[in-house]
Design a protein around this ligand. Structure first.
Ligand SMILES: Nc1ncnc2c1ncn2[C@@H]1O[C@H](COP(=O)(O)OP(=O)(O)OP(=O)(O)O)[C@@H](O)[C@H]1O
Ligand SMILES: [Zn+2]
Length: 321
């Protein structure tokens, strides 16, 4: 039942059958307040100015925390070269999440057919063909070929600061699982020791940052959502080798807290895939820390309320001070 209908618009019901109205979901309350804006597609939302002010403040906060490390900032659009995407191996692990960009590639007769299909409410996509662009699945994916093209890493390795809208085809009614969302990342490339030290540093920094924002959290071992039966093995392996940790905050529920930050050690996966080499010629190792900017914003809204002006002064000071 559409809970936005006021009860006096509903047909009169037998008293005995009137059920208590379900409490409005977190997502509905975000819509009610205009913080997120419906588009008709689950996981695809507009954001209000207030919501964006938190996203931007978090982005600045992360920059302040990582500021003295000398990361090179790069920004890529939310689409990446299909050839790079194919080589990255993403389709081996996550074919179900990938999004490709298709465009009309027909002639005038095809155009007429397209319009006729549209009119008839039929499938109009037959003459859509894959372009050279796919949607970026994680902020760091466009980086690796760029880093590889620069030649061997310097002695101290490299550190990058990234932010991108990312696409994942995982429609959901949980506001924290969007199809298009922003990921802020730091990516480290170098020796295993260098990249593991980076991950340790950000595990500590991320924990302090989120505690200081007044959020309850736990750091847990995790795995990526690999596809299929072979994926189960990859996921087990990732956990057994402690390659991925998540910083979880209860947002949608206490039982299934939400990964707001992820700390990933890729070993030499991207180094081998892209031919990224350390100064001595050995294959480079890589790691990244990812901040889900919408997810942290939603965690703050959940724990401190939907009225930003009423958030605790210490939280506001860190974000907007
Ligand atoms: N669908 C999504 N909507 C919003 N934020 C997301 C989504 N997927 C991932 N993120 C954010 O991006 C960060 C880095 O992405 P990563 O690939 O590590 O996520 P993930 O571990 O696959 O997330 P999950 O396990 O919840 O699917 C996550 O920590 C999270 O904050
Ligand atoms: Zn990454």
């Amino acid at each position: 039942m559409d809970q936005s209908l006021s009860s006096d618009l509903l047909p009169a019901a037998d008293e005995a059958f009137v059920e208590a109205p379900e409490p409005r979901s977190f997502l509905d309350r975000l819509f009610d307040r205009g913080l997120l804006i419906r588009t008709g597609v689950d996981g695809l939302y507009g954001r209000s100015g207030a919501f964006e002010s938190v996203v931007e403040a978090l982005d600045r906060l992360v920059s302040r925390i990582g500021g003295s490390d000398g990361a090179e900032a790069l920004r890529f659009p939310p689409g990446m070269a299909r050839a790079s995407f194919e080589r990255s191996g993403y389709l081996k692990g996550f074919p179900h999440l990938a999004g490709t960009v298709h465009s009309f590639c027909g002639n005038e007769a095809d155009h007429a057919r397209l319009l006729a299909c549209l009119d008839a409410g039929e499938d109009w996509t037959a003459k859509q063909a894959a372009t050279d662009i796919v949607l970026t699945p994680a902020a760091c994916y466009p980086l690796y070929p760029v880093a590889a093209a620069r030649g061997r890493l310097p002695e101290g390795g490299l550190l990058f600061d990234l932010q991108s809208y990312c696409f994942r085809h995982e429609p959901s009614l949980e506001p924290t699982r969007m199809q298009l969302f922003r990921m802020r990342e730091y990516v480290r490339m170098g020796t295993p020791e260098q990249v593991l030290a980076f991950r340790e540093l950000w595990l500590a920094r991320g924990t302090t940052m989120m505690r200081d924002l007044g959020l309850p959290l736990a750091i847990d071992p995790a795995n990526d959502p690999f596809f299929g039966r072979a994926g189960k093995m990859l996921a087990n392996n990732q956990r057994a080798q402690a390659l991925k940790f998540e910083l979880n905050v209860p947002v949608n529920s206490e039982d299934k807290p939400t990964a707001c930050l992820s700390f990933n050690y890729h070993q030499d996966h991207f180094g081998t895939t892209w031919g990224i080499h350390q100064a001595d010629g050995a294959v480079a190792h890589t790691a990244c820390v990812g901040f889900g900017l919408e997810r942290i914003t939603l965690a703050l809204l959940r724990h401190h309320g939907l009225d930003l002006d009423a958030w605790p002064a210490s939280v506001r000071a860190q974000l907007f001070g």
